[in-house]
Design a protein around this ligand. Structure first.
Ligand SMILES: *Cc1c(COP(=O)(O)O)cnc(C)c1O
Length: 385
């Protein structure tokens, strides 16, 4: 059976060139990057070079890049680290209601454990944060604004430059979860006025378990992983050399092919959306119609459940995911779609298709042949219909 992977916002395959770049650091140049002999120095050199590549991609210096185990750790570091280091300055932070759980949960943690107040900004129907509401939420004791660059469920892109300007004017640190953006759009941390941002290797054809945080010089942050003097004393632990090398290679390739990939993805998602629209009634696009990652289509199908669609699509070899997260056995509608004012039944009826560069037009034609009959079948069985 054909296998069509349409869940690239969840994870991506490792690109062959990336894997090939990593292999020598597992079996040949496997020295510890902190060791003084030449094999260690070879690993050190590879890490330095990778840091340079990522710094360059972001328009900053290598020394501002801290490698982490992924996006989750980078987000935790930014939020808890800033909170811990600035307790005396204030205990209020502002985020949005559509963040990834890797931002929302650290926020809940500092509310509970450190007595912080957290403002969760609402979003409009298209998933955009309102900068006027952000301005209104700022208090004397606000120390951090953390708002994601692009949303993983809908792809909606936030007005990052406007947000950072507000943060700057009020002398508040600005962090942005940029996991979904790296390699898909240019990110210039200087131009965008970003103080910290989080990245993950496996969302751009790199390996899992490696990520990074950009940390502007002078930002006061408390490390929470203590041990050796790695990563400028900010994050202890033996460097994941193969992971770091693979991550940097993935960034290099993504930047090399950015325009080509973007055009390709735009074409695929346009075809898919228009095709489904032609075949099916009562389907709705969730997210901003233009200010959106070109890879992402989040669609609500009225009268049916996302979960049963995903299972039926899978039987035809199509991998997509629901907007809803399965929490402790109960199926709750997505907090992102709910925050956008999507009704519970329409949120339950959503499916996210996230395309990657290896998807083809044939994949779209296959989906357009297989998906509508599944939707019609499920609608026939639906008590809501
Ligand atoms: C995947 C993802 C994360 C988590 O990154 P990991 O490397 O898997 O820990 C965080 N934020 C967003 C927006 C994501 O899409």
């Amino acid at each position: 059976m054909k296998q069509i992977y349409l869940d690239h916002n969840a994870t991506t395959p490792v690109c062959k060139e990336v894997l090939e770049a990593m292999v020598p650091y597992f079996i040949q140049d496997y020295g510890n990057a902190s060791s003084v002999y030449s094999m260690g120095q070879k690993a050190r050199h590879a890490v330095d070079e990778a840091r340079e590549v990522i710094g360059n991609a972001l328009g900053t210096e290598a020394t501002d890049i801290i490698f982490t185990s992924g996006g989750t750790e980078a987000n935790n570091f930014a939020i808890k680290g800033i909170a811990m280091a600035n307790l005396n300055k204030g205990r209020h932070i502002i985020t949005s209601s559509i963040e990834h759980l890797a931002v929302l949960e650290p926020c809940r943690f500092i509310e509970k454990e450190l007595g912080f107040d957290v403002t969760y900004l609402p979003v409009d129907k298209q998933g955009m944060v309102d900068t006027d509401k952000l301005k209104d939420a700022i208090r004397k004791d606000t120390i951090l604004i953390s708002i994601m660059f692009a949303n993983n469920e809908t792809g909606t892109i936030q007005p990052i430059k406007d947000i950072s300007k507000i943060a700057r004017e009020n002398k508040i640190y600005f962090h942005t979860d940029s996991v979904q953006v790296l390699g898909k759009m240019p990110i210039d941390v200087e131009e965008l006025g970003i103080d910290m941002c989080s990245f993950s290797g496996h969302k751009l054809y790199g390996p899992k378990g490696i990520g990074a945080m950009y940390l502007r010089k002078g930002v006061r942050i408390t490390p929470f992983q203590h041990g050796g003097h790695h990563e400028r004393n900010k994050r202890a632990g033996t460097e994941n050399v193969p992971g770091i090398v693979g991550f940097a290679k993935a960034v290099k390739i993504a930047y090399r092919d950015m325009k080509k990939n973007d055009d390709h993805l735009k074409k695929l998602t346009k075809k898919m959306w228009e095709g489904l629209n032609k075949e099916l009634k009562e389907i709705y696009l969730n997210g901003h119609p233009e200010n959106r990652l070109s890879s992402t289509l989040n669609i609500s199908f009225r009268y049916i459940e996302g979960e049963s669609m995903v299972l039926n699509f899978d039987m035809k070899g199509i991998s997509a995911s629901t907007g809803s997260a399965c929490t402790s056995g109960s199926l709750e509608p997505s907090h992102v779609l709910t925050a956008m004012g999507v009704s519970p039944d329409m949120a339950q009826g959503s499916v996210r298709f996230s395309f990657g560069y290896e998807n083809t037009e044939e994949d779209v034609y296959y989906c357009l042949a297989e998906i509508p009959p599944i939707v019609e079948k499920l609608r026939k069985m639906s008590p809501l219909c």
